[in-house]
Ligand binder design. Sequence first.
Ligand SMILES: Nc1ncnc2c1ncn2[C@@H]1O[C@H](COP(=O)(O)OP(=O)(O)O)[C@@H](O)[C@H]1O
Ligand SMILES: [Mg+2]
Length: 260
Amino acid sequence: MTASIIAFFNQSGGVGKTTLTMNIGYQLAILGKRVLLIDLDPQASLTTFMGLKPFELEQTVRDALVKEEALPIHEKIHNMDLVPSNIFLSESEMQLVTEFRREYRLKDALEPLKDLYDYILIDCPPSLGLLSVMSLVAATRLLIPIQTEYKAVEGTMFLLKTISDLVRKVNRDIQVLGSVPTMYDDRTVQGRSALQTINLIFEQLKVHKNFQKAQVYPSIPRRTDFANASAAHQPLAVFSPGNDALKPLTQIAKQLDETQ
Ligand SMILES: Nc1ncnc2c1ncn2[C@@H]1O[C@H](COP(=O)(O)OP(=O)(O)O)[C@@H](O)[C@H]1O
Ligand SMILES: [Mg+2]
């Protein structure tokens, strides 16, 4: 079976993309799945969270994209494999500007790996530039983390419209899985109403073909241990085995695997 390639995408930063990519990846790995994580953000948070030092890396995802070399894979970090990134990735958009079919570079680089993994998770940068387009072209499925705060939700309709337009332009075959509400605080009116709004918007979006099967996945609660776990270079399940935020993470991983 070939890999399910999931892009974790939202053009805003700080919504929980990287945290979710690493933790969902880990949950899939402990279900026995072969998981590859791709850091496609020049800020290299995923690379750092996984315990590598971005500035010390001789080869990163950039080399594969710009020079069409094989993707450099770091094996067996918390049961997952990782293709790291660093700040030099930010130059690749410029370096590729005159290249024909440049938006296919990641898809082509993943081609020889598709039979080696069950899941390839792409941590996208917070932008709508070439790197994001590349990840949407390469992905078979799309998951959109959305922060459950008034400020974030206000722009959600616009965000999803942009994503829907982009998907229609670059990859009509992508399956929009839906949204994972993040940093959810059920004790605040703001948190609850943000979640309600996300649910409503996804209902309305069902008229768009891309979003017909999209769903709102279980919410990830706001827990400071997410940041502590990342600082300790560990998935939440390793850092804080009793944490209640593990329940939705496990649930999402199971749902992803069932909709395979
Ligand atoms: N559920 C959560 N609860 C509390 N803090 C979180 C949660 N998810 C992520 N964070 C923290 O929020 C910040 C941004 O998260 P990150 O995953 O890097 O977002 P993005 O990749 O979208 O920029 C990080 O400091 C991270 O530790
Ligand atoms: Mg990130």
